[in-house]
Design a protein around this ligand. Sequence first.
Ligand code: ACM
Ligand code: ZN
Length: 557
Amino acid sequence: MKRILILALALAMGSSCLQAKDTELHIIPQPQSITMGKGSFKVKGANFNYDGTLEERTVKAIASLADELYVATGKVSSIACATGVNARTPLGSLKGFYFLKDTTLAPEEYCIEINGKAAKVTASGHNGFLYALMTLKQMMPVELLAGKLAGGVSWNIPCCTIKDSPRFAYRGVMLDVARHFYTVDEVKKFLDLAAFYKINRFHWHLTEDQGWRIEIKKYPLLTEIGAFRSGTQTTYDRNTNDGKRYGGYYTQDQIREVVAYADALGITVIPEIDLPGHMLGAMASYPWLGCTGGPYQVWTRWGVSDQVLCVGKEKTFEFLFDVLDEICGLFPSEYIHIGGDECPKTSWDKCPACQARMDELGLKADERGTRGQKLQNYVTKRIQDHLAGKGRKIIGWDEVLEGDLAEGATVMSWRGAKGGKKAAGLGFDVIMSPNSHCYFDYKQADSDDYVGVNWKRHQLPLEKVYSYDPYEDLDETAQKHILGVQANLWTEYIRNTNELYYLTLPRLCAISEVQWSAASARDFGRFCEKAKAHQPIFNILGYNYFPLAEPERKNTK
Ligand code: ACM
Ligand code: ZN
């Protein structure tokens, strides 16, 4: 009820001739500039006009807003190619909604101008138009987003000019579907949320000790065996096990479906095949992949297994190249994530094949690293070269920087920001994803007892996420290597989408401002007001969240 009153008040304010304040707009992430005008634009129909040169996927996205407006206002919608107008046509001579291409704008930049009669959107490409649509949606009644306004409704949006473009080109979120599995529909809903906050990269963590989640035609056992485990750790105690078979995987058709869905939302999907550690899912399927030959089990507990790929055997590389070739066929992304984190070298120390490989390569322990470290560098380089042959670049977790890393690799900093800072200083491109600010599997508050089981020792409050400065301690040259920022959702302790969104929201809103908004435009107090105003959106769209107002403890167990 309170929500409806607030909405009515906001709409009434918008309809007067007074100049509204930009704080009445609750746009997340904060746009680069908002200039408020006088009066408002009454949305009472859906007269949409678009540039005939727009891509089909852009026209589809525009048409879907037109449809929503049509359902809400009950007015016959018209969506047509605009004739006789272009991006230079003054706003004053337009009537209705216009989506016009302006090739002078940067790829993700957009501009929205609204007066009493028209809303004119300009952008140079798909993502710019999408972000304008997301901003417009955030200016509309919440109920519209869920298709819950029907027939004869009209409302006002304030006259204003919004000019906007992102701070960082790489704005990512990672979902681990290996520790706990999320269906195609669940992944799509996660992508919808990411797109709403102008996130443009989905890092899909597909393989782990606890499960292999992607169909590979040449190696069917990866999903027949590797996608299922015999039980799951149930508490923080690693010796617990519920004894229930658990698993799942995506067929290649489903992968293509998700990649296409993400593309329509302006999101590039970056798959991760984590190697040479975190590979028990594969080793349980094909035991010859390990140093001892197994048998291995898909892991039922969390942590870091000391059983890793045997990289002394050439057959292991054949396997990896085959898998990555299929991955390249499924994912058009320029980047393929090859993991590289948490790889204990103990099994290599005891393995004759791995020792022989080290000897053959002449690897010697020195101040740059142990022989094992250098063997991992060799693995990274071979994978990097193979992918380069297919026109792809690698991303690796910051462990890949230890020892020697070849030019052209991108480092994802997770053990704090220090690895990323070092890499940027050395001239490597970097994605900042420090666990200090970007690990959303950590609980949000000390008192947080919502999630039955969690990383008890780790806490990441909203304000800390919001305060993150990816440029801290970096000079201008190093700053240029920071491609962007990513939030990570590891799912050891995230068992379902209720828990997923409780941990994701509103921290995803906070990271979206770190990724998108100018540092000077960020204000935590104002952000909290906006995030509270987004809670009705989460409610109506069915996303659970950590409540900012009127905390209410629920338990999903
Ligand atoms: C990681 O959190 N192991 C990248
Ligand atoms: Zn070996």
